[in-house]
Each structure stands twice: as C-alpha cells, then as structure tokens.
Write a protein that binds this ligand. Sequence first.
Ligand code: TYM
Length: 386
Amino acid sequence: MEVEEIRVTPWEAEAFVDYNKLIKIFGSRPITESEIELLKSITGELHLMIRRYVFYSHRDFDKFLEAYRSSIKCALYTGRGPSGHTHLGHILPWIFTKWLQDKMGLELFFQMTDDEKFWHSEGGSFEEYNRLAYENILDLAALGLDPAKTHVIIDSEDISFIYPIAVKVAKKITFSTQRAAFGFTDSTNVGMIFYPTLQISVAFLPTHLYGERVEVLIPAGIDQDPYWRIARDMAPSLGYPKPAQIHNKLLPGLGIGGKMSSSKPETAIYTTDSPEIARQKVMKAFTGGQPTAELQRRLGGNPDMCPVFKMFEMLFEEDDEKLTMRYNSCKSGALLCGECKAELADRVARFLKDHQTRRRAAESIIDKYLIRNKFSTPGTSKSKRP
Ligand code: TYM
C-alpha cells in the first residue's frame, strides 16, 4: 500500500517525506491562500505555523471557518497517546490549538488514550500509561490551554462519555476497513482493533454532549489522518457533522530521518528533560551541514534537510526575517552548524525552564481540565453542564 511506502501511519512516520505526495495519497487538500485569508479575517493575525505551512493540509477547514462566521456552534478536538513524557513534536499541534482556542474562544475536547498505548506497547503496565496521562495534562496546562474550555477525556476512566457513541461507530467499521486503513493483521490484538472506534467517537462527542449540531475541527499531525477518513465516511449515517481537519507536518527528531518520536528518546526533547540534558541533545544533533567547517564555508549547508533548522522554523523562531537570514546564511556557508546548534540549545533551554515552572504550578489545577468534573455523562437525561 502506498501509504506504507512512504511510512506515515499513526504508529510509524518519517519526517522528511514528500508532503505533497501524502496529500494525494490521503485525499486531503493543500491549505491555500483562500483558507489563510479566511482564517485571518477571523483571527486578525496568522500564527507562524500557518504562515510557514507547518499546518499545510486540510479537509473542510474552509467550511468550518464559514460555520464559525455564521455563529454555528464549533469546537476543537485533539489528543495524545500517553506512551511517555511529552516531547516537542507532541506540543507542536497543541501550541497551535491553544492559539485557535484563544483567537476563536473555542472549547477543546482532548482525548488521552492510555488504553491505546497499553494495547500498542510491548511492555509497560497499564497503570503506568494511566499515570502518564495525568503527567501529560500538566503540559497542556503549562502551554496555557484554558481549563474552563479544555475538557480532557482519559479513555480508561471516562469511557462512559464515549461508549454510547462507540457502540454505534463500531457497528459501522469492518475488520477489512481496519486492515486497509491501519495495516492490522491477524496477530494484532483485539484491543488495537477496537481502538480506532474510540478515537473516532470523540469527534462526535461535542454534538452528542450538547444535543445540537457542533462542527468539530481536529488540529493534529498528518499521521493521525486514517482515523478521520473513516470518521467522515460514517458521520452522515450516524447523524453527526463530518469533522474537519487541519494537518501539521512532523517535527523531525535530532537524528537522521525519522519524526521526533518517543521510540527514539535520545533524539527527542522531552518537556521534562533538564535544560542541561536538552542542551546536550541539541549539540549532538545531526544537521544538514558538511562534514567539516572548511567544507561548510565553501559549499554551504542544506537547511531543508536539517532537523536543527526545522526546530527554528516550526517552533523556535517567531521572526520571519530572522528565519530567512538563518536559512540564507546556512546555504551560503556563513553560518556553521556548531553556532546554529548553540543558538537553538539556548532557546530550547530557556523554553524548558519556563515550561517546567508552569508545569509544576499546574499540579494543583489538573482537576479543572477533566471532563468528568464538568459534564454529566451523555445518554442520560442530565447531559447538560451542571
Ligand atoms: P500521539 O501521542 O502519537 O501524538 C499526539 C499528537 O502529536 C502529533 N505528533 C507530532 N506532531 C509533530 N511532530 C512530531 N514529531 C509528532 N509526533 C506526534 C500527533 O500527530 C498528534 O497530533 N492516537 C493518538 C492520540 C489521539 C489523538 C486524537 C491525536 C486520540 N485522539 C485526536 C490527535 C487527534 C496518539 O497516539 O497521538
């Protein structure tokens, strides 16, 4: 299957892939000037992840924005499989989601799939994945997601919120669809085979919970797309609006090739890494530079294939002009990799120091994010907010 050929699935993905080809394979649409203008007409300004096409592909993003402009009820949905601590790749879509929440005043439904990670893992206790779900909520809080408007569903504890939807969703999915979309085989455990039902169900939760049509936008990495294709196919037959998506490219890890991933801890920067450890990881990073300083000065580097440059581009350089200058001085050979890495290491260390202070402060407010403390279980007569 072509999707596997370029290796982007929810559980395995490269970062330096042909993203335009992915759009064709997945059948989504590139974000164009017209969606960008529409967004700007609502938000007044553009996030760097939009200006730089980090979020680059979508389904019905335009329709979602039009619905918002027409005052139709709208919400955001995203999530995390708490396989470990959060790394910078995970927070990338959350930073943008927070921006959307702030600019558009939207509620966010956030799924923590402790069950998925247990079913998918080779080892690791279920209790540990559940504990990590709470650790990961601290990162949402540290990023400033609004506790009054952010509703976290921890699958194993909040299943009653999604199960009434999941029973209907499950009936619409065959094993053959699952095989084609996710590459499941006869030896895949049945937890994993059932799991997509749960990720899809949360896309319908806002409508279910409010008892009225709620348009949902899912900002997430392109690797999560297979779920949404299935969700969109079945939505009309279940009486739910088709969820819209906006897809981000994947932040590379600091090694060669792959996305930043929990399966390669030495090339990932975790929000819990000490600034000193993170600094060391950055200084050891693979780059798009030449093997020696002399060759670099003569031939220049390749920022397009460099994870260090991508970190500036996707997260750490707000100023477009400064980013272009960095790009050009790398290409011309004026900027050496050691210098560039040291600058990134400083920024990462500063970010971590601040983030960790906010993370510690968030320990006392985790409860404010939990859906169970804010809504009654849907499907009962008390489905409205207390
Ligand atoms: P998970 O935990 O693998 O990833 C969480 C989010 O982070 C994105 N992501 C990345 N983005 C940029 N660069 C990277 N290197 C990178 N690595 C991961 C993912 O695309 C995702 O948006 N099954 C899901 C959990 C989930 C979910 C959802 C995700 C449940 N419902 C709704 C998104 C939307 C998972 O394991 O994500």
